[in-house]
Design a protein around this ligand. Structure first.
Ligand SMILES: C[S@@+](CC[C@H](N)C(=O)[O-])C[C@H]1O[C@@H](n2cnc3c(N)ncnc32)[C@H](O)[C@@H]1O
Length: 333
């Protein structure tokens, strides 16, 4: 079966296998194959993997005895995995049902299949879902799962909170730069995929979110990953919280890409005299960084900060001609 694979020299194989497995990117339906001094490791999300590795398409066999959805269907369906839930994006309900049945009946450890029923929307950035296969289990809703990413576990309910497994490598890029003793704020924390790894590196972290369900899961996820003593989770509008932490932050994460510019005043309030800001944006490919850079410069200058752009990073393509980007910026005064 033709699959996207990360290609590495054979001697880098084991380290890469562990990295991809920890990131939740290794496709365990297919075998790793070797050829000409190189290894090919099948991956579930070539776009996320291609940030850090060379990705090629090649023929790899399914694991012996493991029945894949493709075996049942006769074609290779497109789906993502979030814990034991599979996510599909199909317009035709009959095709959605056929794919969902094949996924659930295959040897994949998948309990439920959900279909995207809307874009992410509103302030809380939550999507509507159609449950195509699976049932609620006791007090556990069908859309709740535990997802593993870079060695951390996140419990979340897809129908109540925002979460995108596609951002795994981006979150890792940012959080591996954190040092013990830092004071970090995630202004739009969700269920904690930036907060938990930053705290695990020894930072003291504040996570704010408007969505009560996200804050509930963030608290649970901090406990689950053994970092609750370094995490403060605050439910509310970060604009109302900023004054309580004025001048506190060495690092700020702003992952609300469509409207982060509206929160730059609050970010500047939160910033200490030397602070790194990770600012996410979605812009046209012709000038993906310019609008964010100008907005940050203006908000920072109003409070006497100089800015230095440390990184201009393309996270992924978001829509035709639109890019999801991150600006890592140092504010100092
Ligand atoms: C794109 S999600 C990012 C979540 C998380 N950082 C992640 O990577 O999964 C944005 C989050 O911002 C929250 N949010 C939106 N407006 C907010 C506000 N004014 N104050 C605090 N949180 C807000 C939403 O509820 C949502 O959970």
């Amino acid at each position: 079966m033709e699959r996207p694979c990360v290609r590495v020299p054979r001697e880098a194989g084991e380290d890469t296998r562990q990295e991809l497995a920890a990131a939740g990117l290794l496709d365990d339906e297919y075998e790793i194959v070797g050829d000409d001094g190189r290894l090919y490791l099948p991956v579930t999300d070539p776009e996320a993997a291609s940030e850090a590795y060379a990705v090629v398409t090649r023929d790899v066999p399914a694991h012996d005895g493991q029945e894949t959805p493709a075996d049942r269907l006769g074609f290779d369906p497109s789906y993502e995995r979030l814990g034991d839930v599979a996510i599909i994006d199909e317009d035709d309900p009959d095709r959605a049902r056929e794919i969902a049945d094949a996924i659930v009946d295959s040897d994949l450890p998948v309990r439920a299949v959900v279909d995207r029923a809307s874009k992410v929307k509103g302030d809380l950035r939550v999507r509507d879902w159609t449950v195509v296969a699976g049932e609620d289990g006791g007090d556990r809703p069908v859309t709740e799962t535990v997802h593993r990413e870079y060695g951390f576990e996140y419990r979340l309910d897809l129908s109540r909170v925002y979460f995108s497994p596609r951002l795994a490598t981006e979150r890792h890029r940012v959080t591996e730069g954190v040092e013990a003793g830092e004071q970090a704020i995630d202004m739009f924390a969700g269920v904690g995929p930036f907060v938990v790894p930053m705290a695990a590196r020894g930072a003291t972290v504040v996570g704010v979110d408007l969505n009560p369900a996200a804050i509930e899961y963030l608290r649970e996820n901090a406990r689950r990953n053994g970092v609750a003593d370094r995490v403060t989770a605050i439910e509310g509008d970060v604009r109302d919280v900023a004054a309580d932490y004025a001048g506190w932050a060495d690092r700020i994460v702003m992952n609300l890409p469509h409207s982060a510019d509206e929160f730059l005043d609050s970010a500047v309030t939160l910033a200490g005299d030397d602070c790194v800001v990770h600012y996410y944006d979605i812009q046209h490919e012709d000038d993906p960084f310019g609008p964010g850079e100008r907005a940050i410069r203006e908000a920072a200058a109003a409070e006497g900060y100089a800015i230095e752009v440390l990184t201009r990073h393309v996270v992924r393509s978001y829509a035709p001609h639109e890019l999801n980007v991150c600006l890592d910026v140092r504010l100092s005064r």
